[in-house]
Write a protein that binds this ligand. Sequence first.
Ligand code: PLP
Length: 348
Amino acid sequence: MLEIDWDAVNGWHDPKIIPYGNLSISPAAPTFHYGIGCFEGMKAYKDAEGQVRMFRPNKNIERLETSMTRLTMPSPYGELPPGHFGNDSASLGEDGGFLQCMKDLIKLDHDWIPEKEGYSLYIRPTAIGNAESLGLRKVGNCKLYVILSPAGPYYPTGFAPVKLFADTVNVRAWPGGVGNVKVAGNYGPTIQPSHDAAVDHGCGSSLWLYGENHEITEVGAMNILFVIKKKDGSGTEIATAPLTRGDILPGVTRDSILRLAREWGEYEVNERFLTMGEVLEAEADGRLLEVLGCGTAAIISPVKSILYNGHEIQVPTGDKVGPVATKMWDAITGIQYGKVEHPWSVVL
Ligand code: PLP
């Protein structure tokens, strides 16, 4: 694991790669009491030549920086001087800073990345407030660490489209809140409603709504996209919630898919709040084509139905995978595994 500490006197200092193990932290540390903790989720992949690749790592680091800043932790991005691993400086590239520290860790542990397609190395950067006394104030000490784990394919036996539970009671995030950052406090409270959606309604994930009109925001811990034929017959749109209100996590997968879809030009790409009423209407008119969750873990998670106020909205793709989901899956995984050369795939 990689471990780096910050304090006001020394700044970010002495990054270390040490054996994976428990941390020793004061029981008064603000991470335990006030939720001063945030994290990232990213992956490294092995291509057919055995080269290790990361996918848009700067996007995750930028998001980590935004999350840390929201919790008054100082940013590590670029602040760590090159040469930070002492005699190992020969391995340092042009990046310097935190990304280079992560690259060094991944290179050291590259044997843990399975060679088969679909497999990867999951990377979990985590930042916590680590002061030694109680006090609801700006963070005086913090710790940033990165742990790794081999990850198997999300769909070992093929895609498994999910049934969603549109939750009209619990709200994941709201305007003026912190839904746009990956802070720990956003996640714990979603477990109980998601558990209830599974146990009481047989649903694989919660669909998070906001406001009286039940605007669709996200699904589980993923962004969500709807493929719908436009009412005026002028084509097909891919619609997903916009980032402007600050209650949506800016997913790296979401951004990648929207950029590719805009390049393809086959669909109108709209970042707008779609309401449950619009989805019901599209279902009734036969205009609802595909629904898909997207995120680092699954890349694409096709949806087969949505349980909303007792009515199960049927997505016509059912247990199959639609053409838009397939095209996006192929494009993103093609880049991640280096089958298609693209600047988003960074070879270590
Ligand atoms: N939304 C939430 C709430 C998440 O936790 C995640 C995962 O990080 C995403 C969306 C998808 O983001 P990404 O594509 O960067 O994995």
